[in-house]
Design a protein around this ligand. Structure first.
Ligand code: HC2
Length: 508
């Protein structure tokens, strides 16, 4: 534990700049950089420190962490959530997040930012201010989700399902304490295509034990809540997140107004759950890993690098889970089906989203705070998977999808009625049909109907990439069963592992 006493103000680049000021309207934006919450913990920021917008606490923490005598280690799974309340609990994970967000001792000083970076920052400040105005004026803002619901246990409050937001850009979908979940319990066995039926049965059995890890909440599953009335009472089903009412379109042909609302709603869910916005990524394109840094990744042992990627991948999946929960029609599905769709679809959406992080000019992807090529992943020892994943991201990136198109396509990838283990396929199919109409609608409106075919063509490819990923995990698990068992994030194992292997391991 360490204290986060605010420190005396430094000559942080932002402070320097705001003092110096720039002429015209830019000044008002840059002096209000504090409207953007700390990128590490979400607390109120005080400017750009070490290259990233942070609060005083995280600034001081990062400075102290740079002393050569400091060595942190995580006593859990290296995926501790870092927010204002929890930031002092794990120094290792806090530092990791600082580095992942791009904090660096020799960060380029803000005063010397390129015009592009500066514009991107101004845009971000403007968005936050707009958001604040909106939140002040509207009752349909995400914060209304935090409203207390009487008659529910605290752990069932929607604030667990939808984390507190200081703004949509401080989105922290990571559940409060994943470490409390027993690592040994693997409630949702891998739904392998071949044994999906058996897996479905096994799922229900373990579900009844009521001690499972819930993908949707990151918490224990209460099996009694799967009855229709219970689903209606599920936190969030009375959500006012979107004005769109998916139920109404289930029984009537959706009108174009419905479709417009659906599109807007999906876009909003997407925007609020992406780790980086397009302008931010654009501004970061100059950050590429140096030779030495690449070498450091390549020198990691196979299991160390796998664990590292598993943590990154799990972070990305958690954002996708949040996205899914806000797609109209998804939440109205029973919990079993929500979980089944996420189990088979979340990795696919991670790969779709990876194309947003891709730079086709040099075939790099934004990973750990900088742009990385395939060579950085050498020590994973699965170059075929990496090459294929990069190819996929490259090709999808070349389609230059708008955020709206990307959002609706991602929703379509998730709402797939052919996934294994679904209880109510028809309902998924109905929700999917609306999203298909939405995709048609926006592509027609954008005059890009040829994209439709191209997007549908990508779907089997996505599936094969995910199968290859699972195959590689099996290979890796054979080599390093203990790494997977003890060091991989529980959610990662839940999604990609088959629990029979773990049980075998546990009984030996
Ligand atoms: C994670 C979110 C980041 C962007 C990003 C970049 C590279 C991606 C990574 C994400 C997820 C995991 C990926 C990786 C490239 C290769 C790797 C996709 C999207 C992999 C194919 C590696 C094999 C499996 C791991 C878990 C050992 O913001 O899964």
């Amino acid at each position: 534990m360490e204290n986060d006493e605010p420190e005396s103000p430094d000559l942080s680049p932002a402070n320097t700049l705001s003092r110096r000021g720039t002429p015209g309207p830019k000044k008002s934006h840059l002096t209000q950089i504090e409207v953007i919450p700390c990128k590490i913990c979400g607390d109120k920021s005080s400017g750009v420190h070490y290259g990233v917008i942070t609060c005083e606490g995280c600034k001081g923490f990062f400075r102290r962490s740079q002393s050569s005598s400091v060595q942190y280690s995580c006593s859990r799974q290296s995926n501790c959530p870092i927010d204002r309340a929890s930031r002092n609990r794990c120094q290792s994970c806090r530092l990791k997040k600082c580095v992942a967000q791009g904090m660096s001792r020799d960060a380029v000083k803000f005063g010397r930012m390129s015009k592009r970076q500066r514009d991107s920052l101004i845009a971000e400040v403007e968005r936050h201010r707009q958001q604040q105005r909106l939140q002040a004026n509207s009752i349909q803002e995400p914060q209304s989700l935090l409203a207390y619901r009487p008659g529910k246990e605290p752990r069932e409050q929607s604030s667990h399902l939808i984390p507190p937001l200081s703004s949509p850009y401080h989105y922290s979908p990571i559940e409060p304490d994943l470490s409390g979940c027993p690592v040994e319990v693997h409630p949702y066995p891998g739904c392998h295509v071949a044994d999906s039926h058996a897996a479905g049965l096994a799922y229900k059995v373990t579900h009844k034990k009521g001690e499972s890890f819930n993908l949707l909440t990151g918490r224990g599953v209460d099996s009694t809540r799967s009855t229709p009335e219970a689903i209606l009472n599920m936190p969030g089903s009375e959500m006012r997140f979107q004005p769109f009412d998916p139920e109404s379109s289930f029984f009537s042909y959706p009108t174009s107004l419905h479709i417009e609302e659906l599109c807007a709603s999906i876009l909003r869910s997407h925007r609020e759950t992406t780790q980086y916005r397009p302008e931010e990524l654009q501004g970061l394109r100059w950050k590429v890993f140096s030779r030495e840094e690449i070498h450091a990744y390549q020198s990691k042992s196979v299991d160390e690098m796998w664990q590292h990627c598993a943590v990154r991948l799990t972070d990305a999946v958690q954002y996708v889970v949040e996205f899914a929960k806000h797609i109209p029609g998804f939440r109205q599905l029973c919990q079993n089906d929500q979980i089944a769709l996420l189990k088979s679809g979340s990795m696919e959406v991670v790969l779709v989203r990876m194309s947003r992080m891709f730079n086709t000019e040099n075939n790099t992807v934004f990973f750990d705070g900088k742009f990385a090529g395939t060579e950085l992943f050498k020590s994973l020892a699965c170059s075929d998977l990496i090459a294929n994943v990069f190819d996929f991201a490259h090709n999808l990136c070349m389609l230059r999808l708008t955020e709206q198109q990307m959002a609706v396509f991602s929703a379509l990838v998730l709402l797939n009625a052919d996934r294994p283990c679904l209880e109510n396929r028809e309902r998924v199919q109905r929700a999917r049909r609306d999203v298909e109409l939405a995709l048609n609608h926006i592509l027609h409106r954008d005059n890009q109907e040829t994209l439709l075919h191209k997007l549908y063509q990508r779907m089997p490819l996505l599936k094969s990439l995910c199968l290859l990923h699972i195959e590689k995990l099996r290979w890796f698990r054979q080599l390093y069963p203990l790494t997977v068992h003890s060091l991989f994030p529980p959610l990662y194992k839940e999604l990609f592992g088959s629990d029979t292997d773990i049980q075998t391991l546990a009984t030996h």
